[in-house]
Ligand binder design. Structure first.
Ligand SMILES: Cc1cc2nc3c(=O)[nH]c(=O)nc-3n(C[C@H](O)[C@H](O)[C@H](O)COP(=O)(O)OP(=O)(O)OC[C@H]3O[C@@H](n4cnc5c(N)ncnc54)[C@H](O)[C@@H]3O)c2cc1C
Ligand code: FES
Length: 536
């Protein structure tokens, strides 16, 4: 197998972090190869049928379907469209869910698991329908997916999964070998008719249709206040609306309950060249590390992407850890890429690593997303989507289907399955574990800093520094200037951690993230870190 060359740690890293472009310092393959999807900033007050906060796949699909119903809609997006996790995805479009169908049977019964398969299949079908009817050139392709055992997993789990997927109505097959990976011993489960696409080309086309329908999209428009009458932006404009949809990845308008039912994880991706047509067109996944520290059993995921006449790009992800807690396993962010490259080189004929980036996923304690009416809002006109569970392309598309049906007052067969107020008692163990982990993070108030003095921070690096009874999040820029902020997360006051790969301060409690200049990039926090004075 040819050895892989890892070009450098600065692959596709722009000179300066631009939070409007991406939720991290590295750019994904999709972001690095397309133009930013920028629209005007909202600079007037509006009255509209539905306002949608967040311009990722969930917000855009909801707006697209509502515009097709003839409703007036406006999307308000903090950065550019798809500057959040939609721009950092790997875009497998599947009913082969990240979590096992035998677990879904346990949480939701056989009928619930069947509905989960049916709804994700419907989401892929809707994407294909949109691609066809709108004539979208976004590399959409149907292909099989292969699920094979992680070395830590038992053969029996694959058999259990085969039975559960068939109970759920998927025509899976057990194969002796893993097509495309001769070094894997097999067997594997083949999921037919999965799909993949280029997410940003798809989003750009839906946005184009929304605008052509006469509806509104605003970017660089940060929403600061949300209630049942509408929203207010940071530049003081209000949007009055009958319906309010919060599609911000994790809800920014609720402080507590929903954030106890899901955990934020970082996941890592590389894009490497492979000789054209050297691999079958397919998606691949292993079943995840069963001995992992984490509740989500991190697994590897791989797909191809058209690249040039000589090469395809193999896009491979994995090596997850809870946001803000890579140290719990002693494996820093850069080492996660090294592990991923090693795993990939052992299985695929990769030649040169051209891209690397990381992103954030929200893992609900019972595996399925939360989609629907906000249970904490008595008027019943605020809706949200969160808990993508690593299947946010389909879950986000489903959010569009379910929420637009709810707004239209129609029936939807999957509303109760994804209801944010559903009881998750059967998963009490994960729920308790997740919240014990959060409680432990508060002891960080008492510990020392990462460094004893600001002088120890090298250019383009950051650290947490103790300042008497408090802590500061400090970044020294490339020119040597120091930028200091309170290290206390504005959400529920945990202490943030420095992420040297994405040049961000990440909160270990519920996944809020801030750029090296203190600007919020992932909720649930919705305000920036507070600037503080600090002496060298
Ligand atoms: C590395 C990686 C690989 C993945 N692979 C897959 C995959 O193969 N298949 C799959 O199905 N899923 C995958 N996912 C998950 C999927 O990409 C995400 O779940 C999905 O893109 C989330 O879409 P979204 O619209 O909910 O959120 P986002 O795309 O994050 O959009 C939310 C938007 O809200 C905006 N926002 C936040 N706060 C405010 C505010 N106050 N005012 C205005 N706007 C605001 C943000 O700027 C952001 O653009 C992956 C995720 C990652 C990170
Ligand atoms: S994200 Fe909840 S305390 Fe920081």
């Amino acid at each position: 197998m040819p050895s892989s060359k890892n070009k450098s740690a600065s692959i596709n890293r722009p000179k300066k972090v631009n939070p409007a472009r991406a939720s991290g310092a590295d750019l994904s393959f999709w972001q690095a190869t397309t133009k930013p999807l920028e629209f005007a900033t909202l600079n007037e007050d509006l009255t509209i049928n539905t306002v949608i906060v967040g311009g990722g796949i969930a917000g855009i699909t909801t707006a697209y379907l509502l515009a097709k119903q003839g409703r007036s809609v406006a999307i308000l997006e903090d950065g550019y469209l798809a500057s959040g996790e939609t721009g950092r995805t790997t875009a497998h479009l599947v009913n082969a869910l990240d979590d096992r169908y035998y677990d879904l049977e346990n949480y939701f019964g056989k009928e619930g698991a069947r509905k989960a398969a049916e709804s994700h299949s419907a989401a892929v079908d809707l994407i294909e329908y949109n691609v066809t009817t709108e004539n979208i050139d976004c590399d959409f392709e149907r292909l099989p997916g292969y699920l094979f055992l992680h070395p830590s997993d038992k053969k029996d789990s694959l058999k259990k999964e085969l039975e559960a997927t068939r109970n759920a109505g998927i025509n899976t097959e057990l194969l002796d070998n893993v097509p495309g990976i001769p070094s894997e011993p097999g067997p594997c489960i083949m999921f037919p008719s999965q799909a993949m696409f280029h997410p940003l080309k798809y989003i750009a086309a839906l946005a184009n249709t929304i605008i052509k329908q006469g509806e509104k999209i605003y970017t660089k428009t940060h929403v600061t206040k949300i209630d049942s009458s509408g929203v207010v932006t940071s530049n003081g404009h209000s949007v009055k609306a009958e319906h309010i949809v919060i599609a911000t990845g994790t809800p920014i308008h609720r402080t507590f309950e929903i954030h106890t039912k899901q955990e934020a994880y970082r996941t890592y991706v590389i894009g490497a060249t492979v000789p054209k047509d050297s691999l079958p067109r397919a998606l691949w996944w292993d079943t995840g590390d069963q001995d992992s520290t984490w509740n989500n059993y991190p697994y590897h995921y791989a797909r191809l992407q058209n690249y040039d006449d000589e090469f395809d790009l193999l896009i491979v992800g994995g090596e997850d850890h809870k946001t803000g807690q890579p140290d719990k396993e002693g494996i820093e962010e850069e080492m996660r890429f090294d592990k991923l490259i090693k795993w990939t080189t052992e299985r695929f004929p990769i030649q040169e690593v051209l891209y690397k980036w990381s992103g954030q996923i929200m893992e609900p304690v019972d595996s399925l997303a939360f989609i629907g009416r906000d249970p904490a809002e008595s008027k019943g006109n605020i809706y949200f989507f969160t808990g993508d569970s690593g299947n946010g392309m389909t879950h986000g598309t489903l959010a569009g289907i379910i929420i637009s049906d709810m707004i239209a007052g129609g029936e939807n067969p999957w509303t109760s399955l994804y209801d944010p107020s559903r009881k998750t008692l059967k998963t009490a163990a994960d729920f308790v574990e997740a919240n014990v982990n959060v409680a432990k993070q508060y002891t960080e108030f008492l510990s020392g800093g990462d460094v004893d003095s600001v002088k120890q921070i090298a250019p383009d690096h950051g650290a947490i520094v103790r300042m008497g009874t408090s802590k500061a999040a400090v970044y020294r820029d490339k020119s040597g200037n120091v930028h200091a902020y309170s290290a206390v997360c504005p959400h529920l006051k945990c202490i943030v951690e420095w992420n040297d790969e994405e040049k961000s301060f990440d909160c270990p409690c519920h996944g809020s993230r801030f750029t090296c200049y203190g600007k919020v990039i992932n909720g649930p926090a919705n305000t920036d870190l507070t600037a503080v004075d600090i002496k060298e």
